[in-house]
Design a protein around this ligand. Structure first.
Ligand SMILES: *[C@@H]1O[C@H](CO)[C@@H](O)[C@H](O)[C@H]1NC(C)=O
Length: 312
């Protein structure tokens, strides 16, 4: 199921240190738990320049077909037009199914795959049309990435792996507006049964995920903490925190946000019969990477006069 989300286009990129250092917090970012992170990607989709300008600065919009198997009833066609400016924010859409054999879906992923530990927050509304998965996935290693052969557009090669952290919302869940699935992959035991220590289905009574709330992953070497904070429909603050210490990934990764359906009755269900749209206000990522070392960070911070880290 989530392995479908593992597949994303390999794009070569160069991260320049000057780009990293050009940030306004030369001594990094300190989160509420006291962790310091050296770098940030702050994507404000509500900005005046438009949501797509924020996407284009730090993310890649997936364009590819993912052929499905098993109990899936349709393929996934990631479609650039399904990542769009929507209600002064970013819309990610799985289109109403047209019986063509592929569901038009939406995915963005960071243009960096060197992220190793951090605090990742997304303010979003989940789709309410049944039959899709809205996922915030942390994909480790260069697993299951595909390389598009320039000579044969549309042809991809695959590499497999299993390290992944996922937040998933299934719009076909009866209580989809307050049910979330957190998984440190693999979420199954070798017997095929769900692994309760790695995959947690969490209900947050009183929550309404179809209103804007913050969904967060705090990835540390020994644990992944998944959390939600938002408001009930009557405006009372509500939050929920779940920590998973099993299968915590230890390798550099990229971050992916998507809305997809393959009609699989065991997971996404659907395909949707109407457009299913997730709306994002922001995605703020504070992290360390393998490209910007602690030593380089310390020099930059020192050169800036050891100012206090920014609080995030
Ligand atoms: C992230 O980087 C900061 C600054 O170099 C360091 O203090 C911290 O230990 C790093 N965190 C992790 C989890 O590696």
């Amino acid at each position: 199921m989530t392995s479908l989300a593992l597949l994303s286009t390999l794009v070569l990129f160069v991260v320049s240190t000057t780009q990293v250092l050009a940030q306004s917090c030369p001594c990094g970012y300190k989160d509420s738990s006291g962790n310091v992170w050296r770098e940030a990607i702050v994507s404000t989709f509500t900005q005046d320049a438009g949501a797509l300008a924020a996407v284009n600065a730090d993310w890649i919009i997936a364009p590819d077909l993912q052929v499905q198997s098993g109990t899936a009833t349709a393929n996934i066609q990631y479609t650039t037009a399904n990542v769009f400016e929507y209600q002064d924010a970013l819309g990610l859409k799985a289109s109403a199914y047209d019986n063509s054999g592929s569901v038009k879906c939406a995915e963005i992923f960071t243009n960096r795959a060197d992220i190793l530990y951090g605090s990742f927050r997304m303010q979003a509304q989940v789709p309410s049309v049944p039959g899709v998965v809205f996922g915030e996935n942390f994909i480790q290693q260069l697993i299951s990435r595909r390389t598009e052969d320039p000579a044969t557009p549309g042809f991809f090669t695959y590499i497999s792996g299993t390290q992944e952290q996922d937040i998933e919302f299934l719009s076909s869940d009866t209580n989809y507006y307050q049910q979330v699935h957190y998984t440190n992959q693999p979420g199954q035991l070798s017997s095929g049964d769900p692994d309760p220590d790695a995959a947690k289905d969490i209900e947050v009574p009183g929550a309404d995920f179809t209103t804007f709330g913050v969904h967060r992953i705090d990835w540390l070497p020994s644990s992944t903490t998944y959390s939600y904070s938002g408001n009930t429909d009557s405006g009372t603050p509500i939050s929920s925190t779940t920590t998973i210490t099993k299968n915590v990934p230890t390798t550099p990764s990229e971050f992916i946000i998507n809305v997809w359906s393959n009609g699989d009755p065991t997971w996404s269900q659907g395909p949707p019969t109407a457009d299913a749209i997730a709306t994002l206000h922001y995605a703020n990522l504070y992290f360390n990477s393998t490209s910007f070392s602690a030593a380089s960070f310390n020099s930059a911070c020192s050169a800036a006069g050891n100012v206090a880290p920014c609080s995030v």
